[in-house]
Design a protein around this ligand. Structure first.
Ligand code: G6P
Length: 347
């Protein structure tokens, strides 16, 4: 078949390696797609924007939501399975994000919000799927087929697509996106060795935290989701400053805490790092901004990012690689995690 491992150990690692090409093709594809103009117009005009998605796609949606919220837009991120608790109307626009285009919760949310008179835009990775067929405007990522159950290159592509879409709505220059492919590729090659080390170290732990600030929060959520999905390690993501309101109670010597540093509020994040160090947590920092390093105990990698808007793209591969290597160390199959399905078509 056209889809084979091509010598790779797993689809997951193959697909992570395909992510920079996927981001490049996604951005180029959307820039040449007349439909994106319609989406921008509808999202710009809307009184409120509801961003609907599940799982990893929801985390991409949070990045989009935060960017627009910071630019004065009213955006409401909605976990697809919670849609029934909200109402929309004809002044609202809906953005549904789904890799498969078939997730039942997302499709049901779309149908109900559309029947309320709201304008629906979708972002999916396949052609001819249910979600795009019900949308007023159907946009696509161009990651190619993804076989691994846990989303990798499709997530990075969604982030690339949503950076472009949000920049167009904000009305800023999109020149910075020319570096998107390079930033993802460089982040992968610079971090892979170090992420393998972290993955192996955390593989025998039963619980861990991912902490970040700003756009680092959805990235931390995605990192924690990945390691739960494929390595079966309990992980929680928190805004770093919130960790002192509960989560820190569990931190003791050797408890792994991964800091996701986007370069936003670095001094505050460094203080949170010190709080964790003073409880003898095993701390790691993945920086896509200024270095956090506060002592010799902290293991930190600093990724080069040409523009602060590309930090989320840079952080995607390392967070996926930690989960991959933790799963490998534990001897689990990263492509087919237990209890999970690639596409969930039940409620
Ligand atoms: C399943 C998959 C996840 C995915 C989620 C949403 O739970 O295991 O990897 O993020 O569905 O899928 P979608 O196709 O709507 O993006």
């Amino acid at each position: 078949s056209a889809i084979s491992l091509e010598g790779y150990e797993s689809f997951m690692i193959k697909e992570i390696r395909e992510s920079w090409g996927a981001v490049r093709d996604t951005i180029a594809g959307l820039m040449g797609d007349v439909e994106i103009g319609k989406a921008v117009k509808a999202l710009d005009r809307a009184r409120r924007v509801f961003v609907v998605a599940a799982g990893t796609s929801f985390h991409a949606g949070l990045i989009f939501s935060l960017r627009l919220l910071r630019n004065g837009k009213t955006v409401i991120p909605v976990i697809a399975s919670e849609h029934e608790f909200l109402e929309t109307d004809e002044d609202d626009a809906i953005l549904v994000i789904s890799q498969s285009g078939e997730t039942m919760d997302s499709l049901l949310a779309l149908k109900r919000f559309k029947s309320n008179g709201s304008f629906v835009i979708s972002l999916t990775n396949t052609l001819g799927n249910s979600i795009s067929s019900y949308s007023n405007v159907a946009l696509h990522t161009r990651a190619g087929p993804e076989i691994g159950v846990a989303a990798t290159k499709t997530f990075t592509s969604q982030v690339g697509a949503l950076l472009l879409l949000s920049s167009m709505i904000i009305g800023e220059s999109i020149d910075y996106l020319k570096e998107a492919e390079t930033v993802v590729a460089n982040s992968f090659s610079k971090s892979i060795g170090y992420m393998e080390k972290i993955g192996r170290e955390v593989a025998n732990k039963s619980s861990m935290y991912y902490l970040g600030k700003g756009l680092g929060v959805p990235m931390a959520m995605e990192g924690a989701l990945k390691i739960k999905e494929i390595a079966y390690i309990h992980a929680e993501a928190y805004p770093a400053g919130e960790s002192k309101h509960g989560p820190i109670a569990l931190v003791e010597k050797g408890f792994p805490v991964i800091f996701v540093n986007t370069g936003e509020l670095v001094d505050e994040l460094r203080n949170n790092l010190k709080e964790m160090q003073s409880r003898q947590a095993r701390t790691y920092v993945i920086s896509a901004g200024p270095e956090l390093k506060s002592d010799s105990e902290t293991r930190e990698i600093v990724l080069e990012v040409s523009d602060p808007r590309l930090t989320t793209l840079a952080l995607a591969p390392p967070l996926q690689l930690i989960a991959y290597y933790a799963a490998k160390e534990r001897g689990t199959n990263p492509d087919r995690p237990r209890n999970l399905a690639k596409t969930v078509t039940v409620r």
